[in-house]
Write a protein that binds this ligand. Sequence first.
Ligand code: NAD
Ligand code: UD1
Length: 334
Amino acid sequence: MAVLVTGGAGFIGSHTAVELINSGKEIIIVDNLCNSNIQSVENIKKITNINNIPFFEYDCCCKKKLTEIFQKNHIESVIHFAGLKAVGESVEQPLKYYSNNLKSTLTLCEVMNKFNCNKLVFSSSATVYGSPETVPIKETFPTSTTNPYGTTKLMIENILKDICIANPNFSVACLRYFNPIGAHQSGLLGEVPNGIPNNLMPYITQVAVGKLKILSVFGNDYPTHDGTGVRDYIHVVDLAKGHLNALTYIENHCGFETFNLGTGVGYSVLDIIKTFEEINNITIPYKITERRPGDVAVCYADPTKSKDLLNWQANLSLKDMCRDSWNFTKSTFK
Ligand code: NAD
Ligand code: UD1
């Protein structure tokens, strides 16, 4: 009985693969490596000391290939990370996003249905809350999106909800991640940015490593404690562990349920820069620039539901996140 991890060579999937193996689960990874590298699968093996992790370099949009995996293995549940995630690119190439993210999920669900596999953990995003009117954000808040990437997540959530209505044996834990940063403590797994990063922590680490000159802080006139944007940063290892709790939950509950995976604490851009500088003893040159269009002032989770129903909460600190992000980047890129 195995857990199929789609997108398991990627940033969050690889960390989750490690936690699954460490908890005694048998896993199978499928990833077409469109935004990752086979080295991360090798590094999962190194960290866990397990040499025989089945890996398939397949596209989840291919029904024939997915069927082959289900035919040859007894798959009990699926964690579905596979997807494209760059917001800016999704605005420029919406079809690529709708096609990949929707098709891979629909194909996966069809094959799961065929093989009577009905437990799914899905990677959603806090982006489905659009511009929330208040914080902290609860799962019951209204949803809306501002870009095609976000729309694919919301569409998939709705599709999964419908599948659960049609099939009362189906269970889905839809995990809405806030801002995952950090890396595995070994320095072997982390986020490898594709081109110039859009997101804050990858940008900071690229400045720290000397690949980029200066960080632009997008606006210092927000109604926050220091004027810069506030987000709920969560260590990727804490996030990965949340998937194990979600698996346990869906083993015991049918139907569709959404969960916020965040810390419940917001930090500003300047808080992040200061903590990164202090813990790593590095100066990050930065300048204040215009606000980034579409950004909200403050976004952080109310993680109470995850604590109550999943028995999960984040434990690692912002210092851990800044230390581990840098540790990974310097060992990978220096
Ligand atoms: P990632 O790009 O590192 O990992 C995704 C993996 O999926 C990659 O290894 C990629 O090669 C693979 N993939 C993409 N399309 C595929 C397909 N059709 N078939 C097979 N493999 C495919 O991204 P991540 O940060 O690990 O994110 C994982 C999931 O979590 C994504 O669905 C993403 O949208 C979601 N998410 C991420 C964040 C974040 O900030 N990182 C936040 C919210 C939600
Ligand atoms: C991003 C995604 C969002 C996703 C979320 C969680 C974008 C536009 N949005 O949002 O869809 O759900 O991550 O993964 O990519 N900042 C700077 N300078 C930079 C980069 C960022 O000041 O060079 C600021 C931003 O204005 C923001 C904070 O840092 O206040 C965090 O930004 P980012 O890491 O991009 O995450 P989100 O904006 O939350």
